[in-house]
Each structure stands twice: as structure tokens, then as C-alpha cells.
Design a protein around this ligand. Structure first.
Ligand code: HMG
Ligand code: MG
Length: 308
């Protein structure tokens, strides 16, 4: 039987958070429906952050109340602090993601906390999440490099990962915020983290800034990772990380995994519909590295239909 890999869709949060055009709740729900129809079952639905910091996420509570609650869907939400946790739980969220950067400056720019403050706040939220019977994920961002401080010392990543597990996190998502990683570095980071904490508890989150997204995803798979984040159409990027462009595109990741014989449960053709919806909602052109291939395939099909 094919081995299962969870493709965790972050387009509704990481994907949209940087978009200048406000996408209404109805539009987000339409995109979510298309993703679910394509077979996506794991989604980061939104973030309960300051609406002043990220206006696109101001509708978090309303959106969460209206997402289709299905037994086979896993929804996560991101929170930056206890206030976000309380808002998220009040809205019905049961899997909570905290975010800490392995760099002092990036924490200050992203969540207005020093590295030490961010560590304490994330530990407190993770402990509370566990105490109150919910699940938690901790993002360790700036995995490979920080946009302000340069290359991240691996020991800092390992230290923060251990702290988040000690606090009770169910999962740590090692996150290459600005797509700065190279294969050798990513192999080393994931192999080391998995040796210490086990493959089931380490997820991977890549941005495709330097065209390395798929390569790094494959390195993570080879290291043993079985849960990877991606964003429909490659939408996304952190507004507080200069140079952070889109996430690894879901359609590219799913295509690679399906072709390599892993079981994702997701249909690439269904994802193409979701990309079109994302384009309409944001007024921008998206699509992963498969886009040109898909367009050429469509043109060939149309030409054949016309000729017959
Ligand atoms: P601050 O200004 O220092 O916060 O922002 P504060 O505690 O001084 O509060 C200021 C105001 O915000 C107050 O309201 C608070 O009540 C309110 P006022 O009195 O002015 O009316 N506030 C909140 N409102 C709603 N929800 C909350 C909340 N907390 C405070 N949770 C803060 C600090 C953390 C709030 C802010 O900087 C923030 O929200 N940052 C979020 C930044 C963000 O969303 N970044 C993107 C996500 S991380 C990412 O993309 C990386 C990732 O994808 C992985 C990777 O790629 O590496 C995960
Ligand atoms: Mg990200």
C-alpha cells in the first residue's frame, strides 16, 4: 500500500495574509470548498492576529464559524499570543499553531517580541493549549536564514524545537520563511530534528523564493517527514519578512508526491480549479511551476477537439 503524506494547505492563511485586495469571507469559503473537493483534508484556516498587523485576517472568527465542520477535516489556526489563543478557542478552533522565529530581529518585526519574550509567550500558549485539551503546532521560522540577520545557527533551531516539545507541542513545523535553504542544509536540519523527536512530530514548511521549494520538500521527505505545508497556486509570504515570496505551490507538491507513489488523496486537476478561484479573488495571476505544462496540455486538448 502506498505511504501516506499529509499535504497541509496554508493558502487561506499564509497565502492570503499578504494580499492587498481584501477577500471576503464568502470568497475564502469558496476557495476552501474547491480545495476540499480536490481532496485536501488538512488546512490552516486563518490566523487570530492583530487586525492592524494583518488586515486580511480580521475576519478570522466569522470565517472559522462558517467553515464546513466535517469529521474528516483537520483545521488549524495561527495565533501570536494568549489573546489570539482566547479568540481562536472562543471561535471553536481546536488545533492551535504558535510562531517563533529563530532570530531576534525577525521576532521583533513579526510579533513585536524579542526572541526570549517570544519563547516565553509560545511556551505559555502551548502549555495552555495542552492543559485545555487542544492540539498544538509550533512553527520555527527563519529555519535556514533570517531576512535581517542572515544564516540561522542550527543549534538555535534545535534548542527552540526542544523547548516547544518540552512545553507540550504535538508538532513542530520547521519553516524556511524566505526560501533561503539549500538541500544539504535542509537534509541536515530535518535528519537531526527527526533523530531527536521522531518523524511523526516534525512537519516541513517551504517558500519557493529561489526555486528550491520542491527540491527542499523532497529532501524533507527523504529525511522521513510525512506532513508538508503548501499553498494553492504558490500564493503567499510573510508581510514582515522582506523577500519572502510565495509558498511552495500545492499543485506542484501534490503532483510530485502522487507521481512518486505517495498517497496524498488529492487530485491535481481539482487543484487547478482552486488556483483559478484564488486568481479571481485576488485579481492576480498565480500558479506553481506546473502552470505552463498545464496550459500547454489544455491547448493540445482544445486543438484536438477542434480538429475532430
Ligand atoms: P503589538 O502592537 O505589540 O500588540 O502587536 P499589543 O499587545 O501591544 O496590542 C496592540 C493592539 O493589538 C491592542 O489593541 C491589542 O488588544 C491588539 P488596541 O488596544 O490597540 O485596540 N491585539 C490583538 N488583536 C487581535 N488578536 C490578537 C491580538 N493581540 C493583540 N491576537 C502582535 C503584537 C503579536 C499582536 C502583532 O504583532 C501581530 O498580530 N502580529 C502577527 C504577525 C503575523 O501575522 N505574521 C504572519 C504570520 S507568521 C508567518 O507568516 C510565518 C509562517 O508562515 C512560517 C514561515 O513561513 O516561516 C507561520
Ligand atoms: Mg510561511
Amino acid at each position: 500500500m502506498a505511504e501516506r503524506v499529509i499535504v497541509h494547505e496554508v493558502g487561506l492563511r499564509d497565502g492570503l495574509q499578504n494580499q492587498p485586495r481584501m477577500v471576503p469571507v464568502e470568497g475564502k469559503l469558496e476557495l476552501l470548498d474547491a480545495l476540499i473537493a480536490a481532496g485536501v483534508r488538512s488546512v490552516e484556516a486563518t490566523s487570530f492576529v492583530s487586525p492592524k498587523a494583518v488586515p486580511q485576517m480580521a475576519d478570522a472568527a466569522e470565517l472559522y464559524a462558517r467553515i464546513p465542520k466535517r469529521a474528516d477535516m483537520n483545521y488549524e489556526v495561527l495565533v501570536p499570543n494568549e489573546k489570539g489563543y482566547e479568540r481562536a478557542v472562543a471561535a471553536g478552533a481546536r488545533t492551535i499553531a504558535v510562531v517563533i522565529a529563530a532570530s531576534d530581529t525577525f521576532n521583533r518585526r513579526n510579533i513585536n517580541m524579542s526572541l526570549d519574550e517570544a519563547t516565553l509567550v509560545c511556551e505559555a500558549v502551548v502549555r495552555r493549549t495542552k492543559r485545555e485539551g487542544h492540539r498544538s503546532r509550533a512553527y520555527i521560522s527563519a529555519l535556514a536564514a533570517c531576512p535581517y540577520e542572515g544564516v540561522t545557527p542550527p543549534e538555535r533551531v534545535f534548542d527552540l524545537t526542544a523547548k516547544m516539545f518540552d512545553a507540550g507541542a504535538d508538532e513542530v513545523a520547521l519553516s524556511d520563511t524566505i526560501g533561503a535553504g539549500n538541500p544539504a542544509q535542509i537534509e541536515y536540519l530535518f535528519e537531526s530534528a527527526i533523530r531527536r523527536h521522531g518523524a511523526q512530530r516534525i512537519a516541513a514548511h517551504f517558500h519557493d523564493t529561489r526555486a528550491m521549494g520542491l527540491t527542499l520538500a523532497w529532501c524533507a521527505i527523504k529525511a522521513g517527514v510525512r506532513k508538508l505545508d503548501s499553498s494553492i497556486g504558490g500564493l503567499g509570504g510573510c508581510p514582515f519578512a522582506p523577500g519572502a515570496s510565495g509558498n511552495l505551490a500545492t499543485e506542484d507538491l501534490v503532483f510530485m508526491l502522487n507521481e512518486a507513489g505517495y498517497e496524498t488523496g488529492i487530485d491535481v486537476e481539482g487543484l487547478r480549479r482552486a488556483v483559478m478561484i484564488a486568481e479571481r479573488l485576488t485579481g492576480q495571476s498565480f500558479g506553481g511551476r506546473m502552470t505552463n505544462f498545464f496550459r500547454a496540455q489544455d491547448a493540445r486538448r482544445q486543438a484536438k477537439a477542434k480538429a475532430s
